[in-house]
Design a protein around this ligand. Structure first.
Ligand SMILES: NC(=O)c1ccc[n+]([C@@H]2O[C@H](COP(=O)([O-])OP(=O)(O)OC[C@H]3O[C@@H](n4cnc5c(N)ncnc54)[C@H](OP(=O)(O)O)[C@@H]3O)[C@@H](O)[C@H]2O)c1
Length: 292
């Protein structure tokens, strides 16, 4: 039975991991640590965690994920996304633990017009992406047994995300302005959790960097439109350029990830983002029905 440590246990991806991994309870034994139980910026605590328990895998979902907040809270973003990743990489290397680390499409600047492969040149536009990139580099240098999984536009029934914000705004507002000049691939965090389980259950040892998102391409405008269609919400949508909605952090205009490598190694087909959005919407609707 594989013993797995999951960091950042209250986050949306970790919560999806809990759901998915509970279905493999006979083969996987998972320990979930919240930020207060295991602060990855604290090197002594991190090493103590690996000393107390023998793990086979560490899945690091912990991150400072406020893309705009990172522009002003650079130190915090760096300490979690870069230093925290470094502590985990060092502890995993020392204890022969496989580190599965989640990274982001924001390591790219979006200047390409074809999907990014793992080897494409990185150039982050903002502090969040830059600190995640630092985290990636330090993991590669310290921990040979690593998987760095870059993903994009995560959403789910948990935490704060674009799907949940749109559902909330769509029910309150008559019209919404949404940017159409940023293009990427929405990713249902539950689908990513499923992929992470495959790496563990199949004991994949082709270590390195991988890209994962749902299939298909969308702008934020397309994504919002699909959310409203699927959830039968009537709202007038206005397409706007990024300049019309200025934010502290610059975003890539094109951050579609090429997933050929992960599909080949895991021998999988990836669901299209619209199909996954439908599943996530149904799960959310069921959840809110149960709570009323
Ligand atoms: N969300 C996206 O659109 C997106 C896109 C691409 C990649 N990613 C990556 O995917 C991963 C998961 O994202 P997510 O959406 O699940 O993020 P999330 O919901 O914001 O969860 C992040 C988790 O990290 C924890 N955390 C923060 N600082 C910590 C520390 N010092 N020590 C331990 N835990 C700490 C947070 O705990 P507290 O709440 O207690 O602070 C939270 O539970 C991250 O690596 C992120 O960079 C996300």
């Amino acid at each position: 039975m594989s013993k797995i440590l999951v960091t950042g246990a209250t986050g949306q991806l970790a919560t999806c991991i809990k759901d998915v991994f509970s279905e493999c309870a006979d083969t996987l034994s998972v320990v979930y640590r919240t930020s207060s139980e295991l602060d990855i910026t604290d090197v002594a605590t991190v090493f103590q965690e690996f000393k107390t328990t023998t793990y086979d895998y560490c899945i690091n979902t912990a991150a400072y994920t406020h893309v705009d907040g990172a522009e002003t809270n650079q130190e915090t973003a760096r300490s979690v996304n870069s230093e925290g990743a470094k502590h985990l990489a060092a502890a995993c290397a020392k204890n022969n633990v496989v580190l599965i680390h989640i990274s982001t499409d924001f390591v790219f600047d979006g200047s390409q017009s074809v999907p990014y492969i793992e080897e494409d040149a990185t150039h982050a536009l903002g502090v969040y992406g830059a600190t995640k990139l630092e985290g990636e580099k330090t993991i590669r240098s310290l921990c040979p047994k690593h998987f760095i999984i870059r993903t994009s536009w995560l959403y789910s029934e948990y935490g704060s995300n674009f799907l949940k914000s749109m559902l909330e705004y769509g029910r309150e507002e008559e019209s919404l302005s949404i940017v159409f000049d940023q293009v990427g691939s929405p990713t249902y965090a539950r689908d990513l959790a499923q992929i992470l389980s495959l790496f563990v259950v199949r004991e994949i040892d082709d270590y390195g960097t991988y890209h994962f998102s749902n299939e298909g391409v969308a702008s934020w405008y397309d994504f919002a439109q699909a959310i409203f269609e699927i959830n039968n919400i009537s709202v007038r949508l206005l397409p706007i350029r990024s300049e019309a909605y200025p934010l502290p952090a610059q975003r890539p205009h094109f951050s579609v990830l090429d997933k050929s490598k992960i599909k080949k190694v895991l021998q999988i087909e990836i669901p299209h983002w619209r199909d996954s959005l439908l599943r996530a919407s149904e799960t959310l609707a069921l959840k809110s029905k149960k709570s009323t």
